[in-house]
Design a protein around this ligand. Structure first.
Ligand code: ADP
Ligand code: SF4
Length: 692
């Protein structure tokens, strides 16, 4: 297939100072939880994206000195860090792409718990977060030191083979941005006060970088033009505009976005594709240099329109490049329908925040490119004669059937219901989650083109029927069901009254099935991810009087990792939902519940029509156990292995279910045994050491 000529414009080269990007696809810096602790995994992950057609591949933030330190991101503290990063630049160059490095000094954002160096900032202040650490105000020596460290890091980056230096002034994560910001910079010297003074350090660092490496490397500025904090933060019409007016022609390219990270990587629950456009569209009017911006762009038509309208010169992407490393190549080859669109769930972000290699809901190979040798597009052709039955067409079953089909296996996919997608279909009908339907859409779209994958709808299989299929391998992807008895984390045994007053109890499954709800409603969330909050939101939107009781300190506490926590609290407030955090529902009565503060205090009663218990799902593994109960019958039926996958093995995220389905397609459920199922990057011991 060849590409649609409408998209030709996306494949025009773009000059970034002395270097040239081969097309307009620019993977902006993004964290990945691999960094310097899993450097080969990080390098291969970027290399795969270069293969997939991204013209520019940037690193995540790269700390330039021990006074700015995170535990997991990459470093260029000195020359010894060069070989780790050179591995990435080599792989990126193999595919004709450019490698960029985002040089970072996080200032008051870094607590420096490992290096134990005192953080520094334009003005003295507590570090971001709650660590009992304070940043000191930088004096002139500190400013000179910072400039020198940045210059040295740029020179080392050149030695590591990078083509582009990103001077970082974004995400409230960089000293250069802290100086721009009126709330961080309360100085009275020539680096504080007027905009010209506050931009002085950024100007100096750009000039230093240009002077050091600008003859051979592109110098990019990554600038947060708006913090969405109103008057007290950086504002597009104030700092954003004035900085570009002053420094517009200095760098070779502007990479602009909204800060902080929770605004830049806002989830689909809270914003549509392209939400940053109104904030950044002024930039191109003020500079002749190319401009990059992001917005979870996955539609090539939208990309073309951004370029034609003069909003952007290059399409920036982090999450769309994670969900589909081959997005540019698919557009280039005229395979638009093959693009695996990001769903905007931020599971990738959560991995990084948890300090573990990034995973992705849509792309189960993410983070496994080197560890397991999983390529996002290629998979080994079938190497057995198995005919394979997949029972259940949720995220796990669909992914298993799709990837097995790609391998060339004959697959039967049986689904009990009348729609495909399992929970990805059901949950996508809840408020804010419509983009999650893309998990189903992409897989169904792929399977429909596979003559070797047969789908049977409305087919709830029992053990006899499974044995009659004539398949030699079976995967049960039968999902999970939310508990009705209130058991979970807080109630390790069923909650008193939940079974006896079952007529007063509903579960998330009931709500998604359209159960009649009697108010007032108590939602008890002991699960802590999104669903409790989303169910409460739905019930409030349906006109119910809703109280959300949670054993967490916040509604949906785990969403601190997906950057949604603040917006979820605000949404509860806007929806008029009463929140009782640090409380548990301890008993369900007939028309009321008992609620108790979990850290002590008096229990009290609340009247309710229904209590919705969002405590824990349990795997639907009956079919699996029925099959395994009669090994002789399995053997007679020619079934050599039955494997549970996805939520039917143990409930988790949709990302985990997709991963589980993919893994089955790769290993056909081969038991783990004693083998370690992935490559490990081992720590190299220092050759000599002395005892103190
Ligand atoms: P997962 O996230 O693990 O994919 P889901 O709950 O989303 O799990 O999907 C499970 C799917 O399996 C549902 O669509 C459900 O209707 C289907 N299913 C459950 N039991 C059977 C069965 N015995 N036969 C066929 N399909 C089943
Ligand atoms: Fe997109 Fe979710 Fe994948 Fe992140 S994890 S890239 S948000 S689909």
């Amino acid at each position: 297939m060849s590409r649609d000529s409408r998209y030709d414009i996306l494949f025009e080269p773009v000059k970034i100072g002395p270097v040239t990007a081969r097309n307009r696809f620019y993977q902006v810096p993004h964290c990945n939880g691999m960094g310097r602790t899993h450097p080969t995994a990080m390098a291969v992950m970027r290399g795969v994206k270069a293969e997939g057609g991204w013209a520019v591949l940037c690193t995540e933030q790269c700390d330039i000195h021990p006074t700015t330190e995170t535990s997991r991101e990459i470093r260029l503290w000195d020359e010894r860090d060069i070989p780790t990063l050179a591995r990435m630049t080599d792989l990126v160059h193999e595919h004709g792409s450019l490698a960029g490095v985002e040089l970072t000094h996080m200032g008051y954002h870094a607590s420096n718990l490992t290096s134990r160096e005192v953080p520094m900032a334009p003005s003295a202040k507590p570090v971001l977060g709650i660590n009992p650490v304070h940043a000191r105000a930088m004096d002139k020596t500190d400013i000179a030191d910072y400039r020198r460290w940045h210059r040295n890091a740029a020179l080392n980056a050149k030695k590591a083979g990078f083509d582009i230096i990103c001077v970082y002034a974004g995400h409230d994560l960089s000293i250069a941005m802290h100086f721009l910001s009126p709330r961080h910079n309360q100085r009275t010297d020539e680096y504080g006060g007027s905009m010209e003074n506050r931009a002085r350090l950024l100007r100096e660092v750009i000039e230093d970088t240009k002077e050091a490496v600008g003859d051979t490397m592109g110098v990019v500025v990554r600038l947060a033009v708006d913090e969405l904090l109103g008057d007290k933060g950086v504002l597009a019409e104030r700092e954003g505009k004035e900085v570009i007016e002053m420094l517009g022609e200095l760098p070779d390219l502007w990479d602009v976005n909204c800060s902080d990270w929770d605004n830049d990587s806002i989830t689909s629950r809270f914003a549509e594709e392209g939400f940053q456009e109104p904030y950044i569209k002024f930039v191109k009017e003020l500079t002749s240099k190319p401009v990059v911006g992001v917005g979870r762009y996955t539609s090539p038509d939208r990309m073309v329109s951004l370029i034609k309208k003069g909003v952007l010169d290059m399409i920036g992407a982090a999450r769309p490049s994670i969900a589909d490393p081959f997005l540019p190549k698919k557009i280039e080859e005229g395979r638009i329908e093959d693009i695996r669109e990001c769903i905007g769930c931020n599971i990738c972000v959560a991995s990084d925040n948890l300090g573990v290699p990034m995973r992705c809901t849509q792309n189960p190979t993410k983070g496994e490119e080197w560890r397991k040798g999983w390529h996002p597009e290629r998979i080994a052709s079938k190497d057995t004669d198995d005919r394979i039955l997949v029972v259940g067409a949720g995220p796990a079953g669909l992914e298993a059937a799709r990837a097995l089909g790609q391998r060339g296996y004959d697959v039967m996919l049986a689904e009990a219901g009348t729609e495909l997608g399992g929970r990805s279909a059901r949950e996508s009908r809840l408020p804010g989650l419509s983009a999650w339907g893309r998990v189903r859409d992409w897989r169904v779209g792929q399977i429909q083109n596979m003559p070797n994958v047969e789908i049977f709808m409305d087919s709830r299989l029992d053990a006899d029927q499974v044995r009659e299929t004539g398949c030699s391998l079976v995967a049960t992807a039968t999902g999970a069901t939310w508990r009705r008895d209130g058991g979970g984390r807080y109630h390790e045994f069923p909650m008193p009254g939940a079974v006896d007053n079952a007529q007063r109890v509903l579960t998330p499954d009931d709500i998604m099935d359209g159960a009649t709800v009697d108010g007032p409603v108590i939602v008890f969330d002991d699960d802590h991810y999104y669903l409790g909050g989303v169910i409460a939101e739905k019930l409030a939107a349906d006109g119910h009087d809703v109280t959300l009781v949670t054993t967490g300190a916040y509604v949906s506490t785990w969403t601190q990792y997906t950057l949604e926590l603040g917006r979820i609290q605000a949404r509860m407030h806007e929806a008029g939902i009463e929140v009782l955090a640090n409380h548990a529902v301890t008993e369900v009565g007939d028309g009321s519940v008992t609620i108790k503060p979990i850290f002590g205090g008096q229990a009290f009663e609340r009247a309710c029509g229904h209590a919705v218990l969002v405590t824990a799902p349990l795997a639907n593994d009956m079919l699996y156990h029925d099959l395994m109960a009669d090994e002789a019958a399995l053997k007679d039926a020619g079934i050599r292995r039955v494997t549970r996958i996805g939520d039917g093995l143990a409930p988790g995220t949709i990302a985990a279910a997709v991963y589980s389905g993919h893994r089955f397609a790769r290993d056909l459920g081969e038991p783990l045994g004693d083998a370690i199922p992935f490559n490990r990057e081992l720590v190299e011991l220092t050759e000599t050491f002395a005892m103190p």
